[in-house]
Write a protein that binds this ligand. Structure first.
Ligand SMILES: Nc1ncnc2c1ncn2[C@@H]1O[C@H](COP(=O)(O)OP(=O)(O)OP(=O)(O)O)[C@@H](O)[C@H]1O
Ligand SMILES: [Mg+2]
Length: 359
């Protein structure tokens, strides 16, 4: 599919490699009656760059501020403080009418699809083209092209209620792409779908990114979604970005407890609290949980220890490969003379992240 030819007024062209730049951005909501006003800091001092052509994931638990963060990008909510440029255009402090040229380059898809139930599939996809003033014959050709791209040509005359969730979301994607946005915002776009349908929609998003070169911001609370298609990811907690980096790095070396919990939600290589309790009962020696990955020579440390009589038993663990890098976690029981065991623990702590299970 080709990009539709529409004037883009310089936006998204002269912004270098960075499509969206947050600089110390905060968003505060003020709620409640005058006497009992309450402030909620939904986004708190966020600095981030979203680069051209990437799929950027934003993950966090409910209430972390993910939706607010994306709503700032398309100006659905005004920024309270800081600077936010989108396609090279500063959106902070702009009036509603000044945002139209930026929004023209942004498509959005939603958890609940937000389709018009009274319009057909083709009618839904055609809607933004009508609003943009496209003539009828061009609209028809564009709708056909878009429906083919998402694999729904046969469904053009159906109404949304006749479609599965995954098909509805593909209509949502086709509609969002109609006017050839440079940036696609996807807020929990697969959260209403089962795992298989989720993969189907994620594959379409990956094609949107790779074949059409559209930058995607992908909001989710599922680490599986990040693992499947995100190039980079930001982890949000209480309005802050507590960690961000390449998806591989976050999986291999999560630094915050929140990131670690998200990673272990899909890798299952770290024992949870109940499993730790069971391990503690089954093993009497010192129990340590270490992160493993390429270039971390756990084996070397353990064989040095073995030469001093330290024995190890692997009690729990798993190693996975993502984008050609391996990472995971192993839980060992170490037994032997106290000082020698301590040396092994110290050496492991030096080369990787180590947590000890209390005796
Ligand atoms: N319009 C609003 N008015 C007042 N408070 C709001 C508003 N929108 C969001 N908030 C508050 O801001 C915080 C962040 O909300 P947000 O919807 O961005 O979180 P989220 O990470 O998207 O959560 P979820 O995973 O549940 O969608 C929450 O405390 C929420 O209650
Ligand atoms: Mg949300």
């Amino acid at each position: 599919m080709t990009a539709a030819s529409e004037p883009d007024r310089g936006l998204f062209r002269d912004d270098g490699d960075v499509v969206v730049r947050f600089e110390d951005v905060s968003k505060t909501f003020v709620t409640g009656p005058a006497k009992a006003r309450r402030e909620v800091v939904a986004v708190d001092g966020v600095s981030l760059e979203i680069r051209r052509g990437e799929i950027f994931g934003v993950i966090g638990y409910s209430g972390a501020g993910k939706s607010t963060l994306v709503r700032l990008i398309n100006g659905l909510e005004p920024v309270t403080s800081g600077s936010l440029t989108v396609g090279g255009f500063e959106v902070a402090g702009r009036r509603e009418t000044e945002l139209a040229p930026v929004r023209q380059h942004i498509g959005m898809i939603f958890q609940q699809f937000n389709l018009f139930t009274s319009r057909t599939v083709a009618g839904n996809v055609e809607y933004p083209l009508k609003r943009a003033g496209w003539p009828k014959d061009k609209r028809r050709a564009r709708v056909a092209e878009l429906l083919e791209f998402v694999g729904l040509s046969e469904r053009a005359g159906n109404y949304p209620e006749q479609l599965s969730g995954g098909q509805k979301q593909r209509v949502g994607i086709a509609r969002a792409l109609a006017t050839s946005p440079k940036l696609l915002l996807a807020d929990e776009s697969t959260s209403a779908l089962d795992p298989e349908t989720t993969q189907e929609v994620l594959q379409v998003l990956q094609r949107v990114n790779r074949e059409l070169g559209i930058t995607i911001v992908l909001i989710t609370h599922e680490m599986d979604v990040v693992r499947a298609i995100a190039d980079r990811v930001a982890v949000m907690q209480n309005g802050k970005v507590v960690e961000h980096g390449s998806t591989v790095d976050i999986f291999a070396r999560p630094r915050t407890e929140t990131a670690r919990r998200f990673v272990s939600s899909v890798l299952h290589s770290v024992p949870d609290a109940r499993e730790v309790e069971r391990l503690r009962r089954a093993h009497r020696g010192r129990l340590v949980i270490v992160d493993v990955g390429d270039g971390v020579d756990i084996g070397g440390v353990l064989s040095d220890g073995a030469s001093r009589g330290v024995r190890f038993t692997i009690a729990y663990g798993g190693i996975s490969v993502l984008q050609e890098q391996s990472f995971g976690s192993l839980t060992f029981e170490l037994t032997g003379e106290d000082a020698a065991v301590q040396d092994v623990v110290d050496e492991l702590s030096r080369i990787t992240t180590l947590r000890e299970v209390a005796a």
